[in-house]
Design a protein around this ligand. Structure first.
Ligand code: MLT
Length: 317
């Protein structure tokens, strides 16, 4: 099969695909504007951050399968793909541990202000008295909103740190709540009022878009921590920034309402300019070697199954 890879993909797994007899075109510089011309006679398209709007699907006259090398698929027009008979498959679960590790890292970093600590040291400042002010996370209440693959990995890690874990998930999951000893809360506002730290692990859908807005931040305890490693569109940025300024909410984000394209190097930092209690990373939650290897292996498995049987594993449309 002809396979177009329009994002970074581990070399080892490209070799595996080539050895299986597939013709690989590898061009991580492609974007939504250049993809229609590049898609040509390819039957399979693999993308990570690169967007796949309807125009790409229309241009792919031989396109049968789009693989989103990650969990979320909000960057792909899945309903247009379905109309055109193109399957979209994702790789759920393969990068959950990596995202959970980042969420835990951000939580600890904010509590101990690790970035500020380092910045001062690098500027020749020793300030033990200031940086001795930390709440600690043992015994604190963590609210996990969205108890899917990633939320569950966060829960296990937080419990190992001695945190009390509560959750809100749009779907009732009694067996999982029991198995993980997690208390479900009836809604996100009740949860917000209980928690010292809140971490979000939901997809960005019409139901969840902008869910974390003034009403939600008003319900949070003053000085509590908010972490989003899921999708930027879940949060109304200005409402979060207002809460950070007025009630000392600390926030750590890996994802943003507006993110640069994969190959762009400029980020609009304006909303967070001068906001001291903000830590941010560059949408790297899923980006460990282990996770990228697991995602690529899953993508290769999906192609293998399709080539052998015509079936689509992990189809989302
Ligand atoms: C995901 O949806 O799994 C991640 O956001 C992948 C990524 O980093 O693009």
């Amino acid at each position: 099969m002809n396979i177009l890879i329009a994002d970074k993909f581990p070399a080892h797994w490209k070799e595996v695909l080539a050895k299986q007899g597939h013709k690989i075109t590898d061009n991580p510089a492609l974007d939504e504007n250049s993809l229609p011309a590049a898609i040509a006679d390819n039957e399979v398209l693999i993308v990570r951050s690169t967007k796949v709007p309807a125009a790409v699907i229309d241009a792919g006259k031989h396109l049968k399968l789009i693989i989103r090398a990650g969990a979320g698929y909000d960057t792909i027009d899945i309903s247009h793909a379905a109309q055109k008979g193109v399957a979209v498959c994702n790789c759920p679960g393969t990068n959950s541990i990596a995202v959970a590790e980042l969420a835990m890292g951000l939580m600890l970093a904010l509590d101990r202000r690790l970035v500020h600590n380092t910045r001062d040291l690098q500027n020749g400042i020793w300030n033990k008295s200031e940086y001795s002010k930390a709440k600690g996370i043992f015994g604190r209440t963590l609210g996990i909103i969205g108890l899917g693959n990633i939320g569950k990995e966060v829960a296990k890690r937080a419990q190992a740190f001695g945190m009390k874990v509560v959750t809100y998930d749009p779907y009732d999951k009694p067996e999982i709540f029991t198995e993980l000893h997690i208390t479900p809360e009836p809604d996100i506002y009740t949860l917000a009022g209980l928690c010292d730290v809140i971490t979000v692990h939901l997809p960005d859908t019409p139901q969840t878009h902008g869910l974390f807005n003034k009403k939600f931040f008003d319900a949070m305890k003053p000085g509590a921590t908010f972490i989003n490693t899921a999708r930027g569109g879940l949060v109304v940025t200005q409402d979060l920034v207002d809460a950070m300024k007025t009630k000392q909410i600390r926030a750590a984000l890996d994802v943003y309402e507006t993110e640069p394209k994969a190959n762009d190097k400029v980020f609009n930092f304006a909303p967070f300019q001068g906001v001291e209690n903000f830590y941010g990373t560059h949408h790297i939650g899923a980006s460990t070697d282990q996770a990228q290897d697991a995602v690529a292996q899953r993508a290769v498995d999906i192609i293998g199954e399709y080539a052998a049987t015509g079936k689509f594993l992990f189809r989302v449309n």
